[in-house]
Design a protein around this ligand. Structure first.
Ligand SMILES: [Zn+2]
Length: 604
């Protein structure tokens, strides 16, 4: 099915667009897309991917700097305006780790993780906790208990395992939630057992971006190491013979480090026009072929192509190659959000994140997006790739999603391999090399971004579906109400969501025929307060720990009300949290409604 049919289809789209254009009926977006598509070639993609992937690129390394230099040179050669920002962050490079059973000569291959605590020899009894999935509240992707309460107990007070001073062994990928939770439980070290026979480099801090005075206390001090599945099996087998002590070492290089951030600015003919932000990380583990030298090359080609066709733009395009993704927890995108906060709030209208495209044998399309851009995303996949089966939807809390506080609609296209083809097995390993890139697939994937960008940059009215966003929020409110099992009254929130829905329907109906920067900004003013409650647990200016608590994360403690004895202190604490969070939600709904009503008055 792939990659030939979508390519044929997308050239067909271009042809149709060109024909329609000749007849004078094509939109500017169609014309722009046809021109941009013609400019994106496999040769161009290969040229930049080769120049980037030849280097190992931990952030701040000579390899990353060389890759950055080649991107800057390529952009400047094409006349694209480029800025390079240099700033200090607090990064962490894993250096080495060992795991052994003292006195036996038995040892296992191991790595440590970015931001692990260090030890040059910790000996302690080993406690096997099974798999992360078996530990309620600690499953991958669910940091609820810890995020909300700083309380990792999962077995109840009586049955909690005694981890004091022990090395905890748990099967699953090293992540921030289990690391913080097991440290709070009293463990002195952690051995993560990879569920497969490999080691994937990962990051264990629950700080987001460069730590601040409010967050540096969360930097882990507990040593964390990772072993492959077979080593976990061997350690378990050993434990069946009696109490087992293990010795681990972990060495990381953590501290201040200067990073460079490349930002290309492609201006529309109106230099004050709003802009769309496209970003992806330049650093990676090892050679990072598909994670993500290939995506970085697509970004260069997109920047050049839109720059060449800038006369057709109604809005500008800002393209950023984020450093500090893999070993500094999204420090580059977070630095940009911090230092360009006001500019982003005044001018940015959407964030497109690109991560991991161009994989050999990729077959499945999915989106990570806010509801306002989901319709556009699906339309583009259908038009560009001829694919109707589009999975996924809401974004997790796991990538350069640094703009929830600014309050931007988000769209990311994913194109991945199927499990039966071995999945994305080389992710975050030394095997993520140049040969894992398929340049025909990469061209298709780049064209998905071209398709979405063409609409966002050239449509008279921004293709944002306000109604879908407000409807989605209504479903979230209902779910949180149900989750509380009658313990939290969200009827008023639902009533105000219904009022907002009426208001945005009026806006959406009245929009055609109106255009301009002021309208774009007015649309964003409606959405911004909604994103701040839908994605951010507390406030727009300080990043959250990145523990995934689902959407409307502030209302996640409804599960505590549903489970807990209403006479307990814990219930009272949860109830207090939720009353405050409900105030925040109601205010967001009111702010959005005021903005929607103001805009519809203006459009009338
Ligand atoms: Zn990535």
């Amino acid at each position: 099915m792939r990659p030939t049919s979508p390519l044929r289809l997308s050239s067909l789209t271009a042809l149709v667009a060109l024909t329609a254009c000749a007849q004078g009926s094509a939109s500017t977006a169609d014309e722009l897309l046809a021109a941009v598509e013609a400019d994106i070639t496999t040769e161009g993609l290969d040229r930049f991917a080769s120049a980037i992937v030849r280097y190992e690129r931990p952030s701040g390394s000579p390899g990353e700097n060389a890759a950055i230099d080649s991107i800057v040179a390529g952009l400047r050669e094409a006349g694209v305006p480029v800025e390079v920002h240099t700033f200090d962050t607090y990064a962490s490079d894993p250096v080495s780790a060992t795991v052994e059973i003292p006195g036996t000569g038995i040892s296992f291959e191991a790595i440590t993780m970015a931001y692990s605590g260090e030890t040059d020899g910790l000996v302690a009894r080993l406690v096997d906790l099974g798999t992360l999935r078996d530990l309620p509240g600690l499953e991958v992707g669910t940091g609820q208990r810890l995020a909300l309460e700083g309380d990792p107990r999962w077995y109840g007070d009586d049955a909690a395992p005694d981890l004091q001073g022990a090395i905890a062994m748990v099967e699953g990928q090293p992540r921030n939630v289990p690391t913080a939770a097991l440290a709070l439980m009293g463990a002195s070290g952690i051995i993560f057992v990879n569920p497969e026979e490999r080691l994937n480099d990962l990051i264990v801090t629950s700080t987001w971006g460069t730590p601040s005075l409010q967050t540096y206390q969360r930097l882990p001090t507990i040593p964390t190491v990772q072993v492959a599945k077979s080593a976990g099996d061997a350690l378990r087998e050993r434990m069946t013979r009696g109490p087992t002590r293990v010795r681990i070492t972990a060495d990381v290089n953590t501290g201040r480090k200067p990073l460079r951030l490349v930002v290309a600015r492609i201006e529309a003919p109106d230099p004050d026009a709003p802009y769309v932000l496209l970003g992806g990380h330049i650093d990676g583990w090892y050679h990072g072929g598909t994670d993500e030298g290939a995506s970085n090359a697509a970004m260069v080609e997109l920047a050049k192509a839109f720059h060449r066709n800038r006369a057709l733009l109604r809005r500008g395009l800002v393209v950023a190659w984020w450093p500090g993704h893999s070993n500094a927890r999204y420090a580059g995108s977070t630095w940009f959000a911090d230092h360009f906060f006001e500019e982003l709030r005044d001018r940015a209208v959407a964030y497109l994140n690109i991560d991991g495209v161009g994989q050999i044998d990729a077959k499945r399309f999915s989106l990570s997006s806010t509801a306002a851009l989901r319709g556009l995303g699906r339309e583009v996949v259908r038009a560009q790739a001829g694919e109707d089966d589009i999975r996924g939807g809401t974004p997790g809390r796991n990538s350069d999603q640094a703009f929830n506080g600014v309050g931007l609609p988000l769209l990311q296209f994913n194109h991945s391999r199927l499990g039966e083809d071995g999945g994305y097995w080389w992710w975050h390993t030394p095997d993520d090399t140049y040969d894992k890139i398929d340049f025909e697939i990469l061209k298709t994937d780049a064209r998905l971004y071209a398709g979405a960008l063409a609409r966002l940059l050239a449509d008279p009215v921004l293709p944002l579906d306000l109604v879908a966003e407000v409807e989605a929020l209504g479903v979230l409110i209902e779910r949180r109400a149900e989750g509380s099992r009658g313990h939290l009254d969200l009827d008023e929130a639902s009533a105000r969501q219904a009022r907002l829905l009426v208001a945005v329907r009026e806006v959406q109906d009245a929009l055609p025929g109106h255009e301009g920067a002021d309208i774009d900004r007015a649309l964003l003013r409606i959405l911004r307060p909604l994103y701040r409650v839908t994605y951010d647990p507390v406030d727009p200016y300080h990043p959250d720990p990145g523990f995934a608590n689902g959407l409307l994360p502030g209302l996640a403690p409804v599960s505590i009300l549903a489970e807990e004895d209403p006479g307990s202190a814990r219930y009272l604490f949860a109830e207090t949290t939720l009353v405050r969070e409900r105030n925040r939600l109601l205010e967001a709904l009111d702010l959005a409604t005021d903005e929607a009503m103001r805009l519809s008055d203006r459009l009338r």
